[in-house]
Write a protein that binds this ligand. Structure first.
Ligand SMILES: Nc1nc2c(ncn2[C@@H]2O[C@H](COP(=O)(O)OP(=O)(O)OP(=O)(O)O)[C@@H](O)[C@H]2O)c(=O)[nH]1
Length: 306
């Protein structure tokens, strides 16, 4: 093959690359784009060449790209990142054909050894990982969610408790835990059936969730037992909230589901993290003990740790 044929073959091979490969300089200028013509996965980026990141993206996003380019150059090796790009991130993208939804990419950034237009530069290979990203998010959701009620499960509670406990040790922001349990729930199942019992659990969940703040973590602890992790909440405020939930559930009329004058009540135990606590088990154990006392004292009540 002649040099010209070699060159043509090389150009064709580069153009056929499934993922787009950008050449970007240290100052953030697009110098070249190779491949990535599959409109199912990529916008046509050819119009980017000769523009800078800051010309085509909002400042914050462009700054991030620039930072990653410089990191790759400074470490003198392959640098891999993951990032999202939506139409809001690309100025003028409404005029370009390509997917409309936000996409996730893996960027593999490799410094080039020679200068490009007098600057240090990288090749940035962008691979669409949206499907993998969505699948991971779905798996995470499933691993954290209680199937029956849709709220978080015990595994998520334990994770968050560990995190909040560590934060408490650093900042000493009051953090409280309420555990509550529906009273005589067995008799609801026995009298009205398991399906009706399930419905009651879902109604209780909905009513409680409506009373909670965004930052509160509401979980099904197991069976007919629930927990609410309350960041930035003193023991006194947690007690007030528990009392509000108790009243809200007790006053809710379940007549439509269970028949006349039917209602369900809850017993709750509330505690807060102490400076002397060495692990979250101590917090859980105090809430559990308080709940046990609430049951012992006749149910349908809130007990606050001593
Ligand atoms: N319908 C339904 N029932 C459940 C579920 N999980 C646990 N239960 C029932 O909850 C009941 C709990 O019974 P117990 O532990 O004896 O407690 P209780 O009857 O609520 O009595 P106290 O807690 O002492 O007031 C049992 O009948 C379980 O079968 C569920 O997902 N759905």
């Amino acid at each position: 093959m002649s040099v010209k044929q070699d060159l043509n073959l090389l150009m064709e091979m580069l153009a056929a690359l499934p993922d787009p490969v950008f050449v970007l300089t240290e100052s953030g200028r697009y110098v070249a784009l190779i491949g990535g013509h599959d409109a199912r996965y990529y916008h046509d980026g050819s119009h980017l060449v000769d523009f800078t990141l800051h010309d085509v993206m909002p400042k914050e996003k462009a700054d991030w790209f620039l930072h990653e380019i410089r990191r790759a150059i400074e470490t003198e090796g392959l640098h891999t990142v993951e990032y999202a790009l939506g139409s809001k991130d690309l100025k003028g993208s409404e005029d370009i054909s390509g997917p409309a939804e936000e996409l996730w990419f893996e960027g593999r950034i490799q410094p080039i050894s020679s200068l490009v237009k007098g600057e240090r530069a990288v090749v940035w290979v962008a691979r669409n990982i949206t499907e993998r990203h969505q699948m991971q998010a779905e798996l995470r959701r499933l691993s954290e969610q209680d199937e029956l009620t849709g709220i978080y499960n015990r595994r998520k509670l334990m994770e968050e408790l560990e995190e909040k406990f560590a934060e408490f040790k650093r900042y000493h922001h009051a953090t409280s835990l309420m555990i509550f349990d529906l009273d005589h729930f067995k008799s609801i199942n026995d009298r009205f059936g398991h399906i009706a019992g399930d419905k009651v659990l879902r109604i209780v969940t909905r009513l409680c969730a409506a009373q909670l703040r965004e930052q509160d973590l509401f979980c099904r602890y197991g069976g007919e037992e629930f927990a609410v992790l309350l960041p930035n909440t003193s023991l006194k405020d947690a007690g007030r909230l528990a009392e509000r939930l108790r009243r809200c559930i007790g006053e809710h009329d379940l007549q439509g589901l269970l028949g006349e004058n039917a209602c369900v009540t809850l017993s709750a135990g509330v505690s807060t993290i102490r400076v002397s606590d060495s692990d979250i088990e101590q917090l859980i154990s105090r809430s559990d003990n308080a709940l046990y006392k609430a049951k012992e004292k006749g149910r349908n009540r809130v007990v606050i740790e001593e």
